[in-house]
Design a protein around this ligand. Structure first.
Ligand SMILES: *[C@@H]1O[C@H](CO)[C@@H](O)[C@H](O)[C@H]1NC(C)=O
Ligand SMILES: *[C@@H]1O[C@H](CO)[C@@H](O)[C@H](O)[C@H]1NC(C)=O
Ligand SMILES: *[C@@H]1O[C@H](CO)[C@@H](O)[C@H](O)[C@H]1NC(C)=O
Length: 639
């Protein structure tokens, strides 16, 4: 009896204990869920099973037949694959590296791995951008690359950073290169001697022809090898670096020429495959559209494709300022080692995380103190900017991308226009409606406008009566809107990272590529928008909803009708924010730059075929055991 009693008693106290623990967890959860807190203050040891920066979202997706719902599902499926395929140990990481690239990882990879893991890298494998950018350089001799990197530092629009003896010993002047030099200096202890030639212009610089690049890539493939005795060190004492006294080899001709003011696609098409639309394939524009848009409703289904100039170039050639009216644009057909912050699909610049991201400029840095909960934000689409994007003159300004966007979002301009959207009919099916008049919708929900005119020749007089200039908005004001549009200026947009970090939802149209593209999944982490903006109203009526206008006649209802999908928007915004705090952190900029410079260090090394990390990864078994790999994310929403 006694025994049974005490057993029951123990069980009771166990239950009490469990109940108490549950209550504590509930309580903590409540605190985290109900307060707006800066996620960084919540990295409590031992509480990693909480996901403090994000609440679990209550609600369900509309299980309807809208193409966006398929696009979201597909994005989630691809992202989950990405998430689950991450290497969980150094052994796995090096095995995957060799399998993917057919080479050993570069010298110093082991130290990089430890650095990355200590700085909580979320996906240690996703650096294909680096290897992709550097691949063609395997066809150029290391010494030639070194000499060219030295030579380029005396080219207009190129600045230099020089690493010697594990220090940045000198660099050119200007905020961009100073920012890069400071970042490189923080990593210099791990780096071999090198010259970094950095583009200081807004526009990318290197555009080799398609045929040249294909030849280079063939050479790269033919030189792949995994020698067992590779040395895990860079070669010392090589020549060909930048040398102030000896000067640079002036005989090396970078081959610069200006294409400013000329149709960019005339040159870009040479960098496209022979059977591509840009090269004059017989595809109709509609066929070309199908290569990156959903089969129904014309939403962007392949974001990479939407900025592939070989596909969209013919259509966009006179609709994006960079492509017909760049203020400066100096390029070369030679494969030169130029580091750049962004490029378009036909360029061969070597991408690094833009200097803007390293600065703590309040115009571009996210601060959660200035953000609002989703339910406290307004149902509006916001955009502010200046009239940049290209030189504007009286008879071209209306073709520039920003100008087109601002007019398309302007209710007065759209007063007599009709656009195509998807409307739900009485049988609950979505149908294309071609004659939707968007003016009222724009009046109710859009807050879009220029803050000032800029970049016109001879001056901006032709804008009189065209725009009403609006007050600029700081992030603290912008984040009151649920929907934030991000479109290009002269080049990529520096706000994009902050939009991801915020609790608002970013809509993005761009032709530029950046270091982070492979880790951002359209339809999971942001909403892609076509560079022609033909999907603007179908996107926004989907998220905000559209009610048939009031009519005397109850049946059939008058005008198109779209159910509201606010929850879907909130989910993408929350996923994006969560992801940015894992994959777009300040640490991620340095982790990327560090590996980039190791790979670059190898490419310029005379012994590049025989150096690299050749072990099986077991040296770091102990390290891996001490640094458990980050857990895969759980869905923010139930099934
Ligand atoms: C386009 O060209 C390909 C071969 O280059 C041909 O097979 C195809 O029928 C052509 N299509 C049209 C619509 O002319
Ligand atoms: C998306 O477009 C890119 C660029 O055109 C292409 O390489 C890629 O294969 C496409 N992806 C899919 C899934 O179709
Ligand atoms: C919208 O267009 C009208 C007519 O062109 C113009 O008067 C107005 O200033 C524009 N609004 C904005 C915000 O630019």
């Amino acid at each position: 009896m006694l025994g049974a009693n005490s057993f029951a008693g123990r069980r009771k106290s166990l239950y009490l204990c469990l109940a108490f623990a549950a209550a504590v967890i509930c309580f903590l959860n409540l605190i985290f869920l109900t307060r707006t807190v800066d996620h960084t203050t919540l990295r409590l040891p031992g509480l990693s099973f909480f996901r403090p920066q994000h609440k679990h979202l209550e609600g369900t997706y509309a299980r309807d037949q809208h193409p966006i719902s398929d696009l979201m599902n597909e994005a989630n499926r691809r992202w989950q694959q990405y998430e689950q395929s991450r290497s969980t140990s150094f052994r796995e990481t090096v095995a995957k590296y060799r399998e993917t690239y057919g080479r050993h990882p570069p010298p110093g990879f082991k130290e990089w791995y430890q650095y990355a893991r200590k700085h909580n890298v979320h996906n240690v494998d996703d650096f294909q951008q680096i290897t992709g950018d550097l691949r063609p350089f395997w066809a150029v001799s290391p010494k030639e690359i070194r000499q060219m990197a030295a030579r380029l530092q005396q080219s207009p629009g190129i600045a230099g950073v020089r690493v010697r003896d594990h220090k940045v010993v000198s660099h050119s002047e200007g905020w961009r290169v100073e920012t890069l030099a400071a970042a490189v200096d923080r990593l210099a202890e791990y780096l071999p001697d090198m010259d970094i030639a950095m583009n200081t212009m807004d526009q990318p610089r290197v555009m080799a022809t398609y045929e040249d690049i294909q030849n280079h890539l063939q050479v790269e493939e033919s030189t792949r090898a995994i020698p067992e005795d590779a040395a895990d060190q860079f070669t010392q004492g090589m020549d060909g670096f930048y040398n102030e006294e000896a000067g640079v080899n002036e005989d090396l001709d970078p081959g610069w020429f200006s294409v400013a003011g000329k149709p960019y696609m005339d040159f870009a098409k040479e960098a496209c495959p022979p059977n591509s639309p840009a090269r004059g394939s017989n595809l109709t524009l509609q066929d070309a559209d199908k290569l990156y848009k959903s089969s129904y409703g014309d939403f962007v289904s392949n974001f990479t494709g939407s900025s592939d100039l070989c596909i969209v170039g013919p259509e966009l050639g006179d609709k994006h300022g960079f492509l017909f009216s760049a203020s400066s644009n100096v390029i070369t057909r030679k494969l030169l080692p130029v580091f750049g912050e962004c490029k378009v699909s036909v360029n061969n610049d070597i991408l690094f995380p833009a200097n803007m991201y390293f600065l703590k400029d309040p115009r571009y840095v996210y601060n959660s103190k200035h953000d609002f909960e989703w339910e406290d934000k307004t149902d509006s689409l916001l955009w502010r900017g200046v009239t940049s994007g290209g030189i504007q003159v009286e008879d071209n300004w209306f073709k520039l991308h920003r100008q087109r966007f601002v007019r398309m979002a302007n209710a007065t301009e759209m007063d007599l226009e009709k656009v195509s959207i998807l409307s739900k009919d009485s049988r609950e099916q979505y149908q294309i409606v071609d004659d939707f008049r968007p003016s009222d919708f724009a009046t109710s929900y859009f807050d879009v406008g220029f803050t000032e005119a800029w970049g016109c020749i001879p001056d901006c007089h032709f804008y009189e009566g065209v725009w009403t200039y609006k007050e600029p908005k700081a992030f603290s004001e912008q984040f009151k809107a649920k929907y934030l549009v991000d479109i290009d200026g002269h080049s990529f947009s520096g706000r994009w990272r902050a939009f991801h970090q915020s609790k608002s939802l970013g809509l993005k149209a761009t032709i530029f590529r950046e270091w982070h593209d492979s880790r951002l999944f359209a339809w999971r982490h942001f909403v892609p928008m076509d560079n022609q903006y033909g999907d603007l109203y179908s996107l926004m009526t989907y998220f905000i909803g559209l009610h048939p206008s009031a009519s005397e006649d109850p049946l059939p209802s008058h005008g198109p009708s779209v159910p509201r999908h606010d929850f879907e928007a909130e989910v993408i915004a929350a996923q994006s924010r969560e992801w940015a705090h894992l994959a777009l952190r300040d640490e991620d900029l340095e982790i990327y730059l560090y590996l980039l410079l190791l790979e670059y260090g190898r490419i310029v090394d005379d012994n590049r075929d025989n150096i690299g990390y050749s072990g099986d990864g077991s040296e770091l078994d102990h390290f891996d055991a001490q640094h458990p790999f980050p857990q895969a994310l759980q869905p923010l929403v139930d099934g």
